[in-house]
Design a protein around this ligand. Structure first.
Ligand code: ACM
Ligand code: ZN
Length: 762
């Protein structure tokens, strides 16, 4: 396939007609096979559309796209050039298709209308982007002749949108669905209820509209900014049932299933604010105005189940999807532990604890939904206390939930935070708009393999697919949702559609650069970090070198090492920069005409005494926060002040940590220092104790120091041991994890994360 791709790229740039028109052959997500042949098809008002009842959605989408996008009108009567739809039951996949373009015919073959719809999306991308915003004025379109055979690798290809934290208009939901359709995604997970707002009209419970849909005010800035400040503005809204029906019908016309999420038992503070008797205390908590996890959750009692069944009855009437998402995540058991009714239920049902009570809750709701012919999906917390018999698990806190569920024979959908949380930062540039935290660049999304490790081939079949999650605490408007969702959703579409052997990130970047024109025509406010510079330090036989690259390699990089700003007259980066002492590197990408295309990349490299030496950790870092490995702690580069998910920070979930550094020979050491991330909103805690021991080459301890944690700026804690003046071979850091997150804090009861940065030895 490498060969074919190279061939295609050459072809794209060299394929010129007599009229000097370039034919676009780029398709996202990359098809299974695409073979360019000689010739071209000319689409015009002399082209006949030949279709049948079987292809209503796909053929009317195509007709509408061409006729609203251009002056071309398709013929119904017989003609010499045709676009034809035909059933082909030899195509192995229900969502697969063949698209054969010759000089006289565009032939779309599929088993189903859905398959043909994906052929149409491919064909759409072969047409000029001007059709997307109805600015194509010519009466002919030339299309490169080719054969495409294509099918998805996963049956669940999703995007999620949280409309609880921020509310988005019907027109935007349709645009989001349109974008999913363009990318051949088939499931929209609509997160409709939250602590901060209930967003779906339920006629039997008018206070959900009057009370639960509105919060008094909204947090300004980040949750971690103390003290919290609020904007004083009432905020909210909801979708009427008529609007929901309209959106469901709109999605059906794009072969997209909408899975509604009605959260239970947690994330239900807004509903309890409307109907306080649904909680354990009977008190009105108010609709939440802060982000996070709240202790006010539904009390598992008759009134609550009756309420939820009534709500679900109305939801089921609106959504034909087989699956209904019932949430299940982040439900603190604090109130259940103190509630007489909850405790009596535990006793009567012979349950061992509140986790089994949650399982009882979810299983009861599952029975109800199963009795109506539906299946439930829940976040991976529904594993705790025992999985409901038929539930599908949406694995978000890593992949362990998915593995456990698949081993029990349950279907799973992958949304681990590490690769699927599009509310995380996508660049470590300080100018990025405020986000919740984390770091999930495009390439990491693209590298995602939805099949988790630890499953047998048989068990892998339970992995239905994956989705990008868009939680909107820090996305006030549609523009910001688009910025966070794109282009990462495009990478996700290729993760879910394209086979591994046809995936190639640098080729994806080239196709994406080209796709920008279509996104512009669609007025999508996508993020563009393709020219942003990334750096990597490397150890070599002779020392250390620094490598620079940008995702798009078509423009040169210029750099300085003295801290001055780079210009197109600075040193042209051609090979790795050899680092022999401390440097302050700055670099930027420039266009051929000297215009600066990227922001300035900055990297301080400190050649301290441990750089390039030996290091050993007592535990391996978390698979998802492994940074650049143990060596990254002594590579001379400090992690970002803001992004613990970068290549320099190492994350450990719940473990104590021993770091052992071997300087190779006894070396004069005067001070050591490092730092820890401390963002309790994200479950990250500085350690409870840090001890540093210095040893000689016989491993005799020379001295041990307890290092005091000091304030290192926002979300950072420093430790430093100074004035040592010893000849040292080995340095040991004994780092005690904070332990269990205390009650009342985000993630209470869970293990705390520990994040450690560069260890400087001087
Ligand atoms: C989640 O992110 N709470 C599912
Ligand atoms: Zn209770």
């Amino acid at each position: 396939m490498k060969f074919l791709q190279i061939f295609l790229l050459v072809f794209i740039t060299s394929c010129q007609t007599k009229d000097n028109i370039q034919f676009n052959t780029i398709i996202l997500p990359q098809p299974s096979s695409q073979t360019i042949i000689n010739g071209q098809f000319t689409l015009s008002s002399k082209t006949q559309l030949v279709t049948t009842e079987d292809f209503q959605v796909s053929s009317s989408f195509l007709k509408n796209f061409i006729e609203t996008g251009s002056p071309i009108r398709l013929l119904e009567s017989d003609s010499d050039t045709k676009i034809s739809f035909q059933i082909d039951n030899t195509i192995p996949s229900k969502e697969g298709y063949k698209l054969n373009i010759s000089e006289t015919e565009i032939l779309i073959s599929a088993q189903t209308d859905a398959g043909a719809f994906y052929a149409v999306q491919s064909l759409r991308q072969l047409l000029p982007h001007q059709l997307e915003n109805q600015t194509y004025t010519e009466h002919k379109i030339h299309i490169q002749a080719q054969h495409i055979e294509d099918a998805p690798i996963f049956s669940y290809r999703g995007m999620h949108l949280d409309v609880g934290r921020h509310f988005f208009p019907v027109e935007f939901i349709k645009k989001y669905i349109d974008m999913m359709a363009l990318l051949k995604m088939n499931t929209f997970h609509w997160h409709l209820t939250e602590d901060q707002g209930w967003r779906i009209e339920i006629k039997k419970y008018p206070k959900l509209q009057e009370v639960a849909a509105w919060r008094d005010e909204t947090l300004i800035g980040h949750y971690n900014d103390m003290p919290h400040q609020f904007d004083g503005k009432k905020y909210g809204g909801f979708y009427t049932q008529e609007e929901v029906k309209e959106i469901v019908a709109y999605a059906e016309k794009r072969h997209i299933t909408i899975i509604p999420e009605i959260e239970m038992p947690g994330h239900s503070q807004a509903a309890i604010a409307a109907y306080p008797h649904l909680g354990c205390t009977g008190e009105n908590p108010g609709v939440a105005k802060l982000w996070g996890v709240f202790e006010t959750i539904y009390c598992p009692k008759e009134e609550t189940f009756a309420f939820l069944e009534d709500v679900l009855d109305e939801v089921l009437a609106l959504f034909p999807s087989e699956y209904i998402h019932i949430g299940g995540d982040e439900a603190p058991k604090t109130q259940w532990k103190k509630c007489d009714s909850c405790q009596a239920l535990i006793l009567n049902e012979g349950l061992t604890d509140e986790h089994e009570l949650q399982s009882y809750f979810i299983t009861k709701m599952e029975k109800y939904l199963n009795s109506k012919g539906r299946q439930i999906i829940g976040w991976d917390e529904i594993l705790e206390g025992g999985l409901a018999p038929n539930a599908t698990v949406m694995s978000w806190r890593g992949t362990e939930g998915a593995v456990a569920a698949a081993k029990q024979g349950h279907n799973v959908i992958m949304t681990p935070t590490s690769h699927c949380y599009f509310d995380y930062y996508q660049s470590d540039n300080d100018q990025e708009p405020l986000a919740i935290g984390g770091f999930l660049p495009l390439e990491k999304v693209y590298s995602f393999n939805p099949i988790p490790e630890g499953l047998t081939l048989d068990e892998e079949k339970y992995v239905l697919g994956a989705q990008g999650n868009v939680w909107t605490e820090y996305m006030q408007d549609e523009k910001q949702v688009e910025y966070m969702a794109f282009p990462r959703a495009i990478a996700m579409s290729e993760v879910l559609w394209t086979t591994e052997e046809h995936k190639d990130y640098s080729d994806f970047v080239k196709r994406l650069e080209h796709f920008h024109k279509r996104l512009d025509a669609l007025n999508v406010n996508y993020a563009n970090h393709l020219y942003e510079i990334k750096g990597e330090i490397q150890s070599t036989k002779n020392g250390v070198q620094f490598v620079l690259k940008s995702e798009s390699s078509s423009n040169p990089i210029f750099y300085t090492i003295d801290g001055s700003n780079p210009t197109s007259q600075s040193v042209n980066y051609e090979k790795p920069i050899v680092v022999s002492g401390d440097i302050q590197l700055k670099a930027a990408v420039f266009a051929k005409n000297g215009k600066q295309l990227s922001s300035v990349f900055e990297q301080q490299i400190k050649m301290h005494k441990a750089v390039g030496k030996q290091i050993e950790l007592s535990v391996v870092p978390s698979e998802v926060y492994g940074g650049s490995g143990a060596e990254g702690l002594i590579n001379g580069i400090q992690g970002s002040n803001k992004r613990y998910g970068d290549a320099e920070w190492l994350g450990f979930w719940g473990d104590d940590l021993v770091i052992k550094i071997d300087l190779g020979k006894e070396t004069e050491v005067n001070s050591v220092k490092t730092r820890f991330y401390n963002a309790i909103g994200q479950w990250i805690y500085a350690p409870s104790k840090v001890e540093v021991t210095f040893l000689d080459s016989q491993k005799n301890s020379l001295s041990t120091h307890e290092a005091i944690l000091t304030d290192g700026g926002k979300n950072l804690k420093n430790v430093e041991v100074k004035n040592i003046h010893l000849k040292v071979r080995y340095i040991h850091f004994n780092i005690k994890n904070y332990g269990t997150i205390p009650d009342g804090a985000q993630g209470a009861g869970h293990k705390a994360w520990l994040f450690v940065d560069e260890v400087f030895v001087e």
